[in-house]
Design a binder for this molecule. Structure first.
Ligand code: PBG
Length: 324
């Protein structure tokens, strides 16, 4: 054969492949989600998330220092609220001495440069396990948005760098931005879960926080997984309302959405590689059916290749070890 072009030339050795690789994941790409619980020296494995833990504030602070040492630059905080503090309006979410607010202060104090992102939604605080206030069996929008705005201000006051509304209520980004402005928090960013789908892949997360919806599902606020154009509408509206970063969630089953969003916006795009996606790899690896390390690197590289500038992933630490 006399070929003019031989594509295998650029694949023939690790050195060449490294030289021409289009996508490279680095520690600063990752956002490490952390689950925080009350108590001291508490470290509980989440049954459906092998090797991932709920930790008390003291151990969380240690973990954050370690993540910083490794090169990870942001953490995304979730708290497990005690049952007796849950109510329909998520009142505990606004407590200046609540678990979230104490966690933010402790982390800022111990590791001031680490970017702290906080989950803003009612579900961990809701007696119904929904992301909003429930009235007559419905999740009401506007009253919920008021709480989310106040919650965001409360996180900013405690020292959060970014608030991350994950609720999918209409108009919440504008309300949050206005509330932050009104209170003088002009440096607090908003990472909006803009294209968040009603997904079965959140199952293990709901185990972690004991936050599964008590009735029904989340389909009246989270997006229908059949839709793509709607994702573009959602992200563009959130950007207009003041989002600094937009997110697509989940990630692996939504790579087309990540790309579509990336091609349509001029703000950074993040993707959430969610609990169920983590659990699938962990479970298959445990069975000996997948090579875990390779699956982690391939998954995260694919998410970045699809267009994610940032990736929230429970594999953040593992990935950094694998690439360094
Ligand atoms: C709550 C929230 C969820 C996740 C992040 N924030 C669950 C849900 O919407 O039911 C899921 C994260 C994951 O599965 O890793 N608003």
């Amino acid at each position: 054969m006399q070929l003019l072009r031989r594509n295998r030339i650029l694949r023939q050795s690790p050195a060449i492949r490294a030289m021409v690789a289009e996508t490279i994941i680095t520690p600063a790409d990752f956002i490490a989600p952390l689950f925080i619980t009350e108590g001291e020296n508490v470290r509980e494995e989440i049954p459906s998330m092998l090797n991932y833990y709920r930790m008390s504030i003291d151990l969380t602070v240690k973990e954050v220092k370690e993540l910083w040492q490794m090169g990870i630059r942001s953490v995304l905080l979730f708290i497990k609220c005690k049952d007796e503090l849950k109510d329909n309006k998520g009142t505990e979410a606004l407590n200046p001495d609540g678990l979230m607010q104490r966690s933010i202060r402790a982390i800022k104090n111990a590791c001031p440069d680490m970017l702290i992102m906080t989950d803003v939604a009612l579900d961990p605080f809701s007696s119904y396990g929904h992301d909003g206030i429930v009235e007559n069996g419905e999740i009401v929008n506007d009253a919920t948005v008021e709480v989310l705005a106040a919650m965001s201000v409360s996180h900013a006051a405690a020292g959060a760098d970014f608030v991350a509304p994950s609720d999918m209520m209409d108009g919440r980004i504008l309300a949050i931005r206005q509330a932050l402005e009104a209170e003088g928090y002009t440096k607090t960013g908003i990472m909006a879960y803009s294209a968040k789908y009603a997904s079965c892949f959140y199952g293990p997360f709901r185990d972690a926080l004991d936050s599964a919806p008590g009735f029904g599902d989340k389909k009246t606020y989270q997006m229908d997984y059949a839709n793509r154009k709607e994702a573009v509408k959602e992200v563009l509206m959130d950007i207009e309302e003041g989002a600094d970063i937009v997110m697509v969630k989940p990630a692996m089953a939504y790579l087309d959405i990540i790309r579509e969003v990336k091609d349509n916006v001029d703000v950074p795009v993040s993707a959430y590689h969610v609990s169920g996606e983590y659990a699938m790899i962990k479970a298959a690896a445990k069975m000996g059916w997948l090579n875990e390390e390779k699956a982690i690197l391939e998954s995260l590289t694919s998410i970045k290749r699809a267009g994610a500038d940032l990736i929230a992933t429970y594999f953040a630490k593992d990935a950094v070890k694998l690439i360094s």
